[in-house]
Design a protein around this ligand. Structure first.
Ligand code: TXE
Length: 479
């Protein structure tokens, strides 16, 4: 159901969309296929509710975030189960990452809000006071790979800074957004402050982009969609945050701790079946250690348990959909055409505790070598359990190879020489680099990409700045 002005409602015209479990191919829910009329109602409700919400103090809104965190914590298992049913990701991952981080996002921004100090700039003869207010109504558009994790990453700072929200989750993964709406409803968050409108990107998403009452858009999704978002929203002078795709390099230097590097590279490549924008989908390894590294890497990949996502033992579940599976497979075919060698994987893995399920979008983790670092498979975002491996001789070559894509989101460097690692990190065109780790997050730090990976940063102060407008009041000292 949509959640508009504090009420759960169907789409105005009653249309629906079916929502599938990618592990079984079965329909698990039906959601509204909303249109611009539904968005208009949500935007109107948000616009009405926003001034009173904005009038609360930062501390009062932070207290709301704490309540939301507490309530979501109680639903931790329900959230994990819903996320696994919607995405096909292993339940252990949904528990450890999706459900936990959704709670943490609210908890973090509550605490971070309380730490904010009044901003003042003194002059010889005057004092400037910087006031921050919410932007107004913000549109939050989120993808399917980390549904509640990414939605809550936007909802929490947006609420904290005094905004009212019109949110649209991916049509492929609507379930946990509903849990969030139910939670806010149970807590009696003022009506209209949070509105949820389900439906398709070109219909609901587009209407959010175009609605004049919505003054800021925070979008996470594919780069191609990001281009449409920017083209629609920029001429309307909406504030825009774009978190887009990635084609991140895992760079293994000759002095790396081999076990640590192999383990890290496997995690970076195959977490959530490679469907994380931060995934290390290209491994650049120093030629002198390439054969040792590759042997250990392939052995570890082969040992991963592919299975029914609801089983705690499964390390790899399904991809998001059969359509996406076919897209990823087309890249594997292309890799072979481009001269690559498949070292492991590349096949549908119809396994799991429930027995082979040809309707499940299972694909075994795939490692490809022998491709040019400029090949399509090594430069385009595949967003699946596919990693290409390339070798380099010098750090300069590693930099050139790492930078040879249109993307610039993240990367990791594995080395025993932290100074060398840090120097190399500064040569990579990217928003985030990890050294001897991957996806190790401090929520205060800036998160986002350069080049076609996006515009702007999220996290800590960056999120607060995005979701607010400042007014500088300059007060002349009395004579
Ligand atoms: O994402 P979309 P898709 C990448 C990945 C994947 C590709 C496409 O490579 O294969 O993007 O995935 C909404 N106006 N990433 O098709 O379409 C849509 O309904 C407004 C990387 O699922 O970008 C959904 O809510 N909104 C990424 C959201 O945009 C529109 C995570 C994202 O969907 C819209 C997911 C429109 N015209 C995919 N069209 C990451 N960076 O993590 C669609 N949407």
């Amino acid at each position: 159901m949509n959640y508009i002005d504090g009420t759960f409602v169907h789409a105005n015209d009653g249309q629906t969309l079916e929502n599938y479990n990618p592990a079984t191919g079965k329909v698990v829910a039906s959601i509204p296929r909303s249109q611009s009329a539904d968005v208009a109602q949500a935007a109107a409700a948000a616009k009405k509710a926003q001034p009173a919400w904005n009038a609360l103090s930062l501390k009062e809104r932070a207290a709301w975030l704490d309540k939301i965190a507490d309530a979501l914590q109680e639903k931790h298992e329900a959230i994990a189960q819903a996320e696994t049913m919607d995405t096909g990701k292993p339940i252990s991952l949904s528990r450890r990452v999706d459900a936990s981080r959704s709670v943490d996002n609210f908890r973090f921004f509550a605490e971070f809000g309380r730490l904010q100090k009044p901003m003042m700039f003194e002059m010889d003869d005057a004092v400037n006071h910087v006031h921050r207010n919410g932007l107004g109504v913000v549109g939050l558009i989120t993808p399917w790979n980390l549904p509640l994790y990414l939605l809550s990453w936007k909802v929490a700072p947006a609420l904290l800074m005094g905004n009212a929200i019109v949110a649209k989750p991916s049509e492929l993964t609507p379930l946990t957004a509903n849990i969030l709406a139910e939670t806010l409803d149970e807590l009696q968050v003022p009506k209209g402050v949070f509105n949820l409108v389900h439906g398709l990107g070109p219909e609901v998403g587009q209407a959010i982009l175009e609605d004049q009452r919505i003054t800021g858009i925070s979008f996470t999704g594919g780069t191609a969609t990001g281009r449409i978002v920017a083209a629609t929203a920029a001429p309307l002078f909406k504030k825009l945050s774009l978190e887009l795709g990635g084609k991140n390099a895992t760079i293994v230097l000759e002095d790396a701790d081999m076990d640590q590097a192999v383990n890290g590279a496997v995690r970076a490549a195959f977490t959530n079946s490679g469907q994380v924008c931060l995934c290390g989908s290209r491994i650049l390894v120093h030629a002198s250690i390439a054969s040792t590294f590759l042997a250990a890497f392939v052995a570890e990949v082969k040992s991963m348990t592919i299975g029914n996502p609801v089983e705690s033992s499964s390390q790899i579940g399904t991809l998001i959909s059969m359509d996406h599976l076919e897209k990823v497979e087309s890249y594997i075919d292309l890799a072979v055409e481009e001269g690559g060698t498949i070292l492991t994987g590349g096949t549908r893995a119809m396994t799991g505790a429930i027995g082979p399920n040809p309707d499940g979008a299972y694909l075994s983790p795939t490692v490809i070598s022998g491709l040019s670092h400029l090949s399509r498979c090594a430069t385009e975002e595949i967003f699946g359990p596919v990693v290409t491996v390339h070798t380099f001789e010098t750090l300069e070559q590693a930099t050139v190879m790492a930078n040879a894509t249109e993307y610039g989101l993240a990367g990791s460097i594995w080395t025993a020489d932290l100074e060398k690692g840090q120097a190399l990190a500064t040569t990579i065109e990217t928003g985030i680099v990890w050294i001897n780790t991957w996806l190790h997050r401090d929520l205060r730090t800036p998160f986002g990409g350069v080049k076609n990976s996006g515009v702007g940063r999220e996290g800590g102060q960056w999120s607060l700045e995005f979701f607010s407008e400042t007014t500088n009041v300059c007060v002349m000292n009395p004579k």
